[in-house]
Design a protein around this ligand. Structure first.
Ligand SMILES: *Cc1c(COP(=O)(O)O)cnc(C)c1O
Length: 405
């Protein structure tokens, strides 16, 4: 009884949750658009977007409607039976991208796990069982299952869990010569984020992605784009590959896809998809009707000229604010990224302190992200209002001034 009645506070986290996160001191309880309120009724401007997830803000009426009406109709079938929301969403993705086949999963990790397994399976069944080498990049992030975290480029996340999946090699991002040096006939796939998100908001150069495409073609390897963070309108194109004009063989997306409902997708061609057969891979929840109904509603809004076309004007507004803060406080060495995935690297004297800026910002009433210890990251709603940008950046400026003194 006592436990049930005790108030839920931040201290409860330390009592009941594994110590793998260090969440902020306040607990959000409500959101609307780009504003969030905590248990005490304090209001925040949200530029974190649940890590590039709530692309249409909180509780968008169209998403709430989709969730409610599907919630009163059919929640779950498993993949023993297919369902209409998944098939509708699949059609939309096929109609709007290079994809001829898609498969739904529940998280970025699972989409990548699926993609990497598909790439390995395709190479081993169509070419040779020895064609298993995966080339990936330093500082890349692809998820937290043991395979995906091993393809990711930060050993500190994959160390300590026993023997790692073999035949994965990491080279520097944006360095085509480094890729050339390790590319060979045993390579099954090159896996790359068109914009490294967690790794510091670093965009690939167009020459790099074009070069990877050519190398993959030359060595019969698959080019896999991880657009878990950069996809679904984040860059102002539906997917970043469309902005670059470089088409991958397999693409994964998640985060913004469900606007806050967990869902992910793998896109590929018919020819590659056909390497898999019934039983090759699967998921109980993948393509769940609730998730796909919400994602379908989000897709219809994001994939419009109004939303995609508004991304870069909003970016400019953010960048102008960041430049003004830098003029006043001399704090950023670089402002980068694409569309509404914005990185601001801290000057050497503030290196390692991104989390301090994040906490100071929350204290001033604005939620922001970091990307590693040295880079501030902004991944707001794609439809964030100008007034919210101005108010949130005024609060961020106040936080920066507190730290810089
Ligand atoms: C967030 C992210 C992932 C992992 O997604 P989860 O939904 O957390 O499993 C994978 N790749 C990239 C590029 C990401 O940003």
């Amino acid at each position: 009884m006592a436990t049930e009645q005790a108030a839920i506070t931040r201290a409860t986290f330390d009592e009941v949750i594994l110590p793998i996160y260090a969440p902020a001191e306040f607990i959000p309880v409500k959101g609307k658009g780009s504003r969030v309120w905590d248990q005490q009724g304090n209001e925040y401007v949200d530029f974190a977007g649940g890590i590039a997830v709530t692309a249409l803000g909180h509780c968008h009426p169209a998403l709430v409607d989709a969730l409610k009406s599907q919630g009163e109709t059919l929640w779950h079938t498993s993949n023993v039976f297919t369902n209409e929301p998944a098939l509708k969403l699949g059609r939309k993705l096929v109609a709007s991208t290079f994809a001829e086949r898609v498969v739904f999963m529940n998280s970025g990790t699972e989409a990548n796990e699926t993609a990497f397994k598909l790439a390995r399976y395709y190479a081993s069944t169509r070419h040779s069982p020895y064609k298993s080498k995966i080339i990936a990049f330093n500082n890349a992030f692809h998820g937290r299952s043991f395979f995906t975290v091993s393809v990711g480029g930060q050993a500190k996340y994959s160390d300590g869990f026993g023997p790692k999946p073999a035949d994965i090699i990491h080279v520097p991002f944006n360095d085509l010569h480094a890729v050339k040096a390790v590319m060979d006939s045993h390579t099954c796939a090159v896996v790359v984020e068109p914009i490294q998100g967690e790794g510091g908001v670093l965009a690939a150069t167009p020459e790099f992605l074009k070069g990877l495409r050519e190398l993959c073609d030359e060595h019969q390897a698959l080019l896999v784009f991880d657009e878990v963070q950069s996809g679904m309108g984040r860059t102002g194109s539906l997917f970043a590959y469309q902005h670059y004009g470089v088409t991958p063989d397999i693409l994964t997306s998640a985060k913004a896809l469900g606007g806050g409902f967990p869902v992910s997708v793998v896109l590929t061609t018919e020819e590659i998809a056909s390497a898999f057969h019934v039983g090759s891979h699967g998921s109980t929840y993948g393509g769940n009707p609730l998730a796909c109904a919400v994602a379908g509603a989000a897709f219809d809004i994001i994939n419009t000229p109004e939303v995609l076309g508004g991304v870069n004007a909003r970016r400019e507004r953010f960048v102008k604010h960041l430049q003004n803060i830098d003029t006043e406080c001399d704090v950023f060495s670089d402002v980068r990224g694409m569309g509404l995935l914005i990185g601001a690297e801290l000057k050497p004297q503030y290196k390692g302190r991104a989390r301090d800026f994040l906490h100071a910002a929350a204290h001033e009433g604005v939620m922001v992200l970091n990307a590693g210890p040295d880079v501030m990251r902004f991944a707001p709603s794609l439809v964030v209002e100008d007034a919210d940008i101005d108010e949130g950046m005024a609060r961020f400026a106040a936080a920066v001034k507190k730290i810089v003194g």
